[in-house]
Design a protein around this ligand. Structure first.
Ligand code: ATP
Ligand code: MG
Length: 222
């Protein structure tokens, strides 16, 4: 049984068919790079995966069960979506670190959070920085850290390195690779074809709302 399966899935809004008849099986441990031109439907595909939007036709199964039968909040703890435009809560960075613990009624583990800060090349003093003063790349990394405080089964990344320089992009790639080594399934939308080929095992191309191809990638690490 595949971890996540789309069966004849379409998504329309008003009269526009944004995704058409998507069929795909995603296996546990897959690392899928998603490419396609702007407006082709990549973000819409990720939003369907985490049930931020519902399919207008077809079925999406997670672990063999229709996502329509799974509490969306519970599903999103397992299938975490890191947005293309990072949305941070509250006034300071710390508000974003506290939030994932609050919704789970757990005590905040600042130690684990600070380990992630170190992984993503941010110092401890970022905790008290104001959101409105952060750079685009800092916001992207804080959003990633917030997503990774509790490890999901499937991590959906939507162009999360678009505002990062080459060094920080490699840092994020390395961190994502090590999550994938722990069998966390990765779906990563990127415009960077080189990036997509470095660590992924599959390359999904979406064009005009349809799957154009799903190719297996061979790379040095595999
Ligand atoms: N809820 C919606 N209602 C109407 N149109 C939508 C909606 N969501 C997305 N679209 C349209 O559907 C198309 C696909 O959008 P989507 O955001 O999935 O593209 P994308 O492949 O992620 O593009 P980009 O590379 O620019 O991020 C676009 O033309 C967009 O304007
Ligand atoms: Mg997009």
């Amino acid at each position: 049984m595949s971890l996540l399966e789309f069966k004849n899935v379409s998504f329309s809004n008003n009269n526009d068919k944004i995704l058409k008849n998507i069929n795909i099986e995603i296996d546990r441990g897959d690392y899928i790079s998603i490419v396609g031109s702007s407006g082709s439907g990549k973000s819409t595909f990720l939003k369907l995966c985490s049930h931020l939007i519902s399919p207008t036709e077809g079925t999406i199964n997670y672990k063999g069960k229709s996502i329509m039968e799974i509490n969306p909040l519970e599903l999103r703890k397992e299938i975490a979506y890191c947005f293309q435009t990072p949305y941070l809560f509250g006034d300071i960075v710390k508000d974003n670190i506290v939030f994932p613990y609050t919704i789970r009624n757990e005590k905040v583990k600042f130690d684990s959070a600070l380990k992630l800060f170190e992984t993503f090349n941010l110092t401890e003093d970022y905790l008290n920085k104001e959101i409105k003063n952060l750079s685009g790349g800092e916001k992207q990394r804080i959003a990633l850290i917030r997503t990774l405080l509790f490890k999901p089964e499937i991590l959906l990344l939507d162009e999360v390195t678009s505002a990062l320089d080459a060094d920080n992009t490699l840092i994020v790639e390395k961190a994502v690779k090590s999550l994938n080594d722990e069998k966390i399934t990765i779906l990563w939308v990127t415009h960077n074809i080189e990036q997509s080929k470095r660590n992924a095992n599959k390359l999904l191309t979406i064009e005009a709302g349809q799957i154009k191809s799903l190719e297996l990638i061979k790379n040095e690490q595999q």
